[in-house]
Design a protein around this ligand. Structure first.
Ligand code: NAP
Length: 256
């Protein structure tokens, strides 16, 4: 129960297959109290049902692409629930028509939108975090190996993840004085709604499973448990890191 007595926000639960759902499950199992966000009214009831599974009822609206929604959501949480000890940002978006074929065909509009939702939103979350985390704590975002090496069809999302990973280092530097640690998990591929938008995703899953030293793909629990560690006091000396939770795939160059 490493999260007993801690309260935190989980952003990015779409359904039970979401990485954020696995993270919420682990955090809850470790004793954390949770607050969730929903992108719009349309999804709020669905997410409220999921939140209720964790014994929580607080779901706050937050479309990260809109100006002021992040600070407004934090103000509402502070008023209704109180301060937070951790935040999990598990949010990304690209037009799926551009997650297939060549990266060079990316449109300016989708490049900017993908960067805005998948990368800038994390900067905004971190900018406002000290207000709602007066006692310090941990913030974690989600990235992928496509930021480091070419993965077919990952395209603009790879650029957004590279920028996100660099943001993690700058944000860790900015927030250190508040006792807030900022890290990312580089998760191996896992079949979710967002991942299904990446062309030939099942081939990526298969390749990674064959390449992995552990001979398998990652699970929601693998990622969730690492996230619990990274937002807990057990990782008190870790900040600005990209932690690979990929069954070792990123460590393997060639495998016969
Ligand atoms: P997911 O279940 O589809 O979650 C993506 C979440 O992003 C959804 O909850 C979605 O909300 C939210 N979102 C998109 N635009 C938003 C906006 N404008 N405002 C607020 N929320 C918004 O997929 P996932 O795979 O778990 O993705 C979670 C994170 O893990 C992403 O950063 C992804 O890049 C990363 N990741 C995934 C994999 C993988 O293989 N699955 C691997 C490494 C990293 P709605 O459903 O309401 O649109």
């Amino acid at each position: 129960m490493i999260m007993q007595g801690k309260r935190g926000l989980v952003m990015g639960v779409a359904n039970k297959f979401s990485i954020a759902y696995g993270i919420a499950s682990s955090l809850r199992a470790q004793g954390a109290d949770l607050v969730f966000t929903a992108q719009s009214d349309r999804f709020k009831d669905k997410i409220a049902d999921i939140a209720a599974e964790f014994g929580e009822h607080e779901v706050v609206l937050c479309d990260v692409s809109k100006d002021d929604e992040v600070p407004s959501a934090f103000e509402k949480i502070a008023k209704d629930v109180g301060t937070l000890d951790f935040i999990v940002h598990s949010i990304a978006f690209s037009d799926k028509n551009e997650l297939v074929g060549k990266y060079c065909n990316t449109s300016r509009a989708n490049f900017l939108n993908a960067m805005n939702i998948s990368c800038y939103s994390f900067t905004e979350v971190c900018r406002h975090a000290p207000n709602i985390m007066p006692n310090g704590g941990g913030i974690v975002t989600m990235t992928y190996y496509g930021a480091e090496k070419v993965v077919p069809n990952y395209n603009v999302m790879a650029l957004a993840k590279s920028a996100l990973e660099t943001s993690v280092r700058y944000l860790a530097s900015d927030l250190g004085e508040f006792g807030i640690r900022v890290n990312a998990i580089s998760a191996g591929p896992i079949k979710t709604l967002a991942a299904s938008g990446v062309g030939e995703f099942s081939k990526i899953l298969d390749f990674e499973r064959r390449r992995s030293p552990l001979g398998r793909n990652v699970t929601q629990q693998d990622i969730g448990d690492t996230c619990s560690f990274l937002v807990s006091d057990l990782s008190s000396g870790i900040t600005g890191e990209i932690v690979h939770v990929d069954c070792g795939c990123s460590t393997v160059g060639v495998k016969f």
